[in-house]
Design a protein around this ligand. Structure first.
Ligand SMILES: *Cc1c(COP(=O)(O)O)cnc(C)c1O
Length: 393
């Protein structure tokens, strides 16, 4: 029986189902790793953002267990009332040191970090210059701030400059960009964006969710990649991708971090990360500080996979990172491709409109340091088989 007040939701869901746009959510029955179990079958996993294979790393598991014995599980309250444990402070200090930033504050997720930061910095009388392909959490955070949003063409600094020149009479200004764009794997020209911001005295924020643990020396992120330490005011990051856990962070200028402790609403009104999460993140940060081995492994795997795909004749776009989009064109082909990969034992997601433009559907192949040489070889063999069968190569 459908309640009248809910009928429209049923209709919308039916429409999505009929258009083939209903998200088919797979359930993982195993650890998150290079291989996962789905519907009782072992599959090669090229779907996750688990870049360094830390999601199931023995050292992180151990650290989380030890933290449970010492601190229990929940933080008990929001950070400002009673929810800040020594663990939270240690993680923030370690992340600041790792990223060579003045200070750092952590949040429950990267999404929350954006929701906390943008509305704390700009309001109704202000303007945000935002790359047209920025992540949904940036878009939502901008809306929440009620600032005017001026979108500039993707990674186009000339267009950004034109729009800055044409946008006057605002109290405060902020430029915000993703560091790595997760659908194409391209990198923001942060050096030129930074020069532009400095030239005009505008606050600069980068969301480096896919760059943390991936770009820069030992995975220190996009600011390190471009050598812009101390020049980018706000670096947002996530602990849910390369760090293998869950959580968000903002690193950067000390004054801004202090302000977020006073005015970041998800910090003030939502409880903190749990003790085992934080301890696992501390362990991940320590591992990255001590060795760049995993990051190097990730990039070595990426090179093998990209070269293999190109040799097979696939179009892999213009990725500069471990994200490998295998471009297929129309959404039904990408969906059929993903389904056949799944049947052949490989888990990789088809992505279509509206996440990417019409006619640019693709399989997004996510590399991990956890993949062995045999895993990569097997993955390429499966792509070759399915690619020939569907006349893509
Ligand atoms: C994944 C992602 C986020 C969200 O991070 P979570 O920690 O999963 O909430 C935010 N911004 C960008 C650019 C991302 O890619």
């Amino acid at each position: 029986m459908t309640e009248t007040a809910l009928a429209w939701i049923d209709e919308e869901l039916t429409r999505l189902r009929e258009a083939g746009l209903l998200a088919n959510i797979r359930t993982i029955e195993s650890h998150m790793d290079a291989w996962v179990t789905i519907d009782g079958r072992r599959l090669l996993n090229f779907c996750a953002n688990n870049y360094l294979g830390l999601a199931n790393h023995p050292q992180l598991r151990q650290a989380a267990k030890a933290a449970i014995d010492q601190y229990g599980i929940g933080p008990g309250a929001v950070r400002t009332i009673a929810g800040t444990m020594t663990l939270h402070v240690e993680l923030e200090q370690r992340l600041a040191a790792f990223k060579k930033a003045e200070a750092c504050i952590t949040f429950q997720s990267g999404f929350m970090a954006n929701l906390a930061t943008i509305p704390a910095l700009v309001g109704q009388e202000d303007v945000v210059f935002s790359d047209e392909l920025n992540h949904a959490s940036i878009i939502d955070a901008c809306r929440l701030s009620r600032a005017r949003v001026v979108r500039y063409a993707h990674n186009n600094v000339d267009d950004l400059q034109r729009r800055i020149a044409a946008t006057t009479d605002y109290r405060r200004r902020l430029i915000v960009t993703d560091g790595v764009f997760s659908m194409d794997g391209d990198i923001a020209p942060l050096d030129r964006i930074c020069e532009t911001a400095e030239e005009h005295g505008i606050l600069l924020m980068v969301d480096d969710a896919h760059g943390d643990g991936v770009l820069g020396k030992g995975g220190r992120g996009i600011v390190d990649h471009f050598g812009l330490h101390g020049r980018v005011h706000i670096e947002v990051g996530t602990l849910s991708k390369a760090f293998g856990v869950v959580g968000g962070l903002v690193a950067g200028n000390r004054t801004i971090i202090e302000w977020l402790r006073q005015r970041g609403r998800p910090f003030l009104f939502s409880s903190a990360m749990t003790a085992p999460d934080v301890a696992a993140c501390i362990e991940a940060t320590k591992m990255l500080q001590e060795s760049s081995e995993l990051v190097e492994q990730l990039w070595a795997n990426t090179a093998i996979l990209k070269q293999g795909m190109v040799e097979l004749g696939f179009d892999i776009g213009h990725s500069q990172t471990p994200i490998v989009p295998v471009m297929l064109g129309e959404a039904p082909l990408a969906q059929a491709f993903s389904r056949r990969l799944f049947e052949e034992g490989l888990f990789a997601m088809a992505i279509g409109y509206p996440t990417v433009p019409l006619g640019k559907a693709r399989i997004r192949v996510m590399n991990s340091a956890a993949h062995s040489p045999q895993d990569l070889e097997q993955a390429l063999a499966i792509f070759e088989r399915v690619g020939r069968e569907l006349s893509v190569i």
